[in-house]
Design a protein around this ligand. Structure first.
Ligand code: GAR
Length: 207
């Protein structure tokens, strides 16, 4: 059984989608840990309701470096024997301390069709604002592996939505979130079934 940690900093709707997918038996994995850098975020409240072990370490005011912070998070994941880390609205760039310990075992969901609208500063509503401003007719969501370089790792799955002239960042975010929930659960299913391989920096999914 693949042991999964979900990292979140916000409302936690992706976390909830993964919990629901687990509960309906979509993937053969167990969410064994919920981690947050924001102790009072919505995701932590969801964790409480679900009775899944949840740990928060406030990043705001943390006395050490980013690497020291991640070393603490790594020790936590190793102590729980975590196999896969899912970043689900985790608003913190992770360092090589975690990335090297979990090569192609950390996934992230991004609210756009990468490689477009990714990189530093492109998160949450900023992404949807930029998509609308650019006059894009299509947007979507991407699940990718985390490598060094923001939003740059091999893409696992993507899903599209149409951008209408009447869309606002809020309505677009709502449509994109639905896609995120679907492709994230599917990506975790594929991972748990051992169907994902990374070859020459690209993901190959075997069916
Ligand atoms: C999601 O749209 C996710 O893609 C985005 O934050 C939101 C979290 O929502 N993540 C990023 O922008 C990371 N670059 P949630 O807390 O409801 O899952």
């Amino acid at each position: 059984m693949i042991k999964i940690a979900v990292f979140a900093s916000g409302g936690g709707s992706n976390l909830q989608a993964l919990i629901d997918a687990q509960d309906t038996g979509l993937f053969k994995g167990k969410i064994a840990l919920i981690f947050s850098n924001v102790p009072d975020c919505g995701a932590m409240k969801r964790a409480e309701n679900e009775r899944i072990e949840a740990v928060a370490i406030a990043s705001k005011g943390y006395p050490g470096s980013r690497e020291e912070y991640d070393a603490e998070v790594l020790r936590l994941c190793q102590s729980k024997k975590i196999d896969l880390i899912c970043l689900a609205g985790y608003m913190r760039i992770i360092t090589s301390v975690l990335i090297k310990a979990y090569p192609f075992k950390i996934m992230n969901v991004h609210p756009a069709l990468l490689p477009k609208f990714g990189g530093e500063g492109m998160y949450g509503h900023h992404v949807h604002e930029a998509v609308i401003k650019a006059g894009e007719k299509e947007s979507g969501a991407t699940v990718h592996f985390v490598t060094e370089g923001v939003d740059a790792g091999p893409i696992v799955l993507q899903g599209n939505v149409k951008v209408m002239g009447t869309d606002t960042p809020e309505t677009l975010a709502e449509k994109v979130l639905k896609v995120e929930h679907h492709i994230y659960s599917e990506s975790v299913r594929l991972f748990c079934e051992g169907k994902i391989k990374v070859v020459d920096g690209r993901v190959r999914v075997s069916l």
